[in-house]
Ligand binder design. Sequence first.
Ligand SMILES: Cc1cc2nc3c(=O)[nH]c(=O)nc-3n(C[C@H](O)[C@H](O)[C@H](O)COP(=O)(O)OP(=O)(O)OC[C@H]3O[C@@H](n4cnc5c(N)ncnc54)[C@H](O)[C@@H]3O)c2cc1C
Length: 383
Amino acid sequence: MHSFRFTAEPLPAEAEAAREAVRAFLAAELAAGGFVPHRTTWTTFDPDFSRRAGAAGFVGLTVPTEYGGHGRSGLVRYVVTEEMLAAGAPCGAHWIADRQSGPQILRHGTEAAKRAILPRICAGDCSFGIGMSEPGSGSDLAAVRTRAVRDGDGWVINGSKIWTTNAHRVDYLLALVRTGDPGPDRHGGLTQFIVDLAAPGVTVRPILDLSGHHEFNEVFFSDYRVSDAMMVGAEGAGWGLVTEELAFERSGPDRFLSDYRLLVETIDRIGPEPDRFQAAETGRLVAQLAALMGMSGSVARLLDRGIVPGVEAALVKDVGTGFEREVPEVARRLVPVEPSLNAQGEPYREALAHTTLRAPSFTLRGGTREVLRGVIARGLGLR
Ligand SMILES: Cc1cc2nc3c(=O)[nH]c(=O)nc-3n(C[C@H](O)[C@H](O)[C@H](O)COP(=O)(O)OP(=O)(O)OC[C@H]3O[C@@H](n4cnc5c(N)ncnc54)[C@H](O)[C@@H]3O)c2cc1C
């Protein structure tokens, strides 16, 4: 039986120094009115903020300097991410590119793609979406049917993707498509391509979420042409690549800090003299948060060592998103107010309503809890 590879080590001095630097940047931004703290920090799309964060050196931290990055460790990036989320900074325009698409292109992209795209990502000036899910292919990702067919010196793609966050406003999609037969384990014949969403042959259609917001989309490919230079990894190697990408997607503090500001506002609202129940419940949540921070930082350490910690990342996401879902439930038990989407002048009631409506999606996006537990069980040799 295998075991988890979490370690309990203090953060290195360079990471704590980065914390001071990013806090200073965020304080200056707030003072200058650069942003107002958002409840939905990493999904709030603000290209100007992303460009300023890029110019200040807080995007593409782990990308080598020759590709426009900063050559820092994953732990430095971890700390910067934690601070951005805690401050409610609107990071949506650079989030996916910085978290997973950029690192994926760095490790597996062609030299042409690295030179063309990575410097723009690091400048906070290039956004990505995730092109994995399709109708009939969510948890069962191997069932992807969108197909790329070889055509001269490139490929022609036909098919569709669904639930594609921000496809209506990002530059590129990193799409998983079928290029060959699935083989006996169904993991063969899949390849990743960088798709330019402004090019002919791509149509994006909105899907509104429960609260009426437009974040997701359907994306349709109709004879979309893509060159070999935009293929990521080898033909047919897509399953292994997507597994690596998910380790980046699932392990960060965005998987437990989605409603951090609601937690802080709830504690503020309770005030300095909580009753026994309020003290016990908020204490329990804060203790859980501290454990999650340690686990997530530990995954960043493994990534720095070149290990692909798929099982540990799945555990962080499972426990982390369970935590995120619990925060609004506990808040409603501790603070006797009615949530409302239109409680003018009462931001706490609005925060509670928004978070309550969004919370169910926390455990779906990036892989459901049931699927993650399957990954964990397999990784531990239990099934
Ligand atoms: C807010 C949000 C943003 C998203 N953004 C993106 C995006 O940008 N790009 C993208 O590609 N996708 C995105 N998704 C899609 C997301 O990855 C899928 O919704 C998710 O993987 C589940 O797939 P599904 O919706 O098809 O559900 P299904 O796979 O149909 O699952 C339905 C239910 O069955 C359970 N189930 C399925 N298989 C098993 C099994 N083997 N064992 C036990 N239980 C099982 C699931 O846990 C779930 O409860 C997003 C989703 C959300 C909610």
